[in-house]
Unconditional design. Sequence first.
Length: 236
Amino acid sequence: MARVVLVPGFTQTAAAWSPVAAVLQASGVDAIALEVPRGLDFVSTAAALGAAGGHGAYLGYSMGGRLCLRLALDHPELVAGLALVSASPGIDDPVERDARRASDEALALDVETRGVEPFLRDWLAQPLFATLDGSSAQLRERAAAHTAADLAATLRLLGTGTQEPLWNRLADLHMPVALVTGRADAKFERINDEMQAACTGAASVARVHLDGGHALPLEQPEALATFVLGWLAGLH
């Protein structure tokens, strides 16, 4: 089986992948979870993840998925397979992208003003995370791992308002691709259906629907890991 490199989402740490990684490792998979580098722009962050992870299958959640997608497009020689969980290629419409950039800036100012824990509590209270049980949210771990400056910089440097949209490059993916979403995550279900139609050059495209919402690595780690094990077996 290929090595699996796991990349977390915004406000998370590598520990968010621990439940999935444990199942993969118990099955003999070389699974490593990376921390997202701090203080770099989007393209440089994706490249740094590739330098740290090396050659393998990349599995990214949300922001981590957007970064893994950029890595796969810029350095396909490193990416044997690409699995995106609750992720998108960015925002194609320039007006919507400008609005998101302004929203991300407001969030950055908010965390700088109020501090990490109040910001995280409000972040996790969004409808996007309504299906995530509080005991699984890893609030304490997230709060301990980040400063207000870290989170503000991530919003400004890696947010979808700043990211170059990658919709028009999806056809350039030639490795096997998996697009995984939760059935309760209507927005990303729709986005990933559109992504599937655009990945015309991929060696294969697995479109996967799991029970749960947006935060599948925390909500459904065993189901997600079970899918990944089967998907990895098909890469060879």
